[in-house]
Design a protein around this ligand. Structure first.
Ligand code: SME
Length: 188
């Protein structure tokens, strides 16, 4: 009887420990931990492993893109951040955070369509100076668009970031947003 109780206690203890570990993992996956007051590259270095953890446990692309858009918006408070996905030879609006946006963009049109056509990222510090820029929102003055490739090097969509300030988006953002798009490639 005594032995049996001890084994039961041990079993309960192990169960409780496992529950705590899972609970902690669950909470960590649902909350971002961003250190305030750090420089931009450090914020990205801090954020990217969390994004990796967040998307590695989910196979649905829409769910993962939605969480990446939310995490970027929560971290950087940009005006607009989201995805356009290639569908039947057009870019179609995907998961995003921010005001409503244009739903379809043709190949070679605007910053997004040009990024898709050239399969190359674009940093546009002043959208007024980009011929053919599509103004989904008059508040947006600067933009970064990064292509997302599949494993055959085909562009399957773009990540688009818009700022309402001129001095916010730079090469550091471009570099790290490319890393984030490579993360997406790894889960396709
Ligand atoms: N400005 C983009 C259109 C998309 S919105 O900014 C969300 C472009 O020129 O392609």
């Amino acid at each position: 009887m005594y032995k049996c109780l001890t084994l039961n206690n041990l079993f309960s203890y192990i169960l409780l420990t496992l529950k705590c570990i899972f609970a902690e993992k669950f909470i960590m996956a649902e909350e971002l931990h961003i250190k305030a007051g750090t420089i931009k590259s450090e914020i990205y270095e801090n954020l990217i492993p969390q994004l990796k953890a967040l998307i590695s446990s989910e196979t649905d692309l829409t769910a993962n893109l939605a969480n990446i858009a939310a995490a970027l918006k929560e971290t950087f408070r940009w005006w607009w951040v989201g995805f356009y996905l290639v569908k039947e030879n057009e870019l179609v609006l995907g998961p995003f955070q921010g005001p409503i946006a244009c739903t379809r963009i043709s190949n070679g049109k605007g910053v997004c369509g040009t990024t898709w056509k050239n399969a190359s990222p674009l940093l546009v510090p002043d959208v007024e100076k980009f011929p053919g820029h599509i103004a989904c929102s008059s508040q947006s003055v600067a933009e970064i668009v990064v292509p997302i490739f599949d494993s055959n090097n085909q562009v399957i969509g773009v990540l688009d970031v818009d700022s309402e300030k001129y001095d916010v988006l730079d090469e550091t953002d471009l570099d790290y947003l490319e890393k984030i798009c490579k993360l997406i490639t790894s889960i396709l």
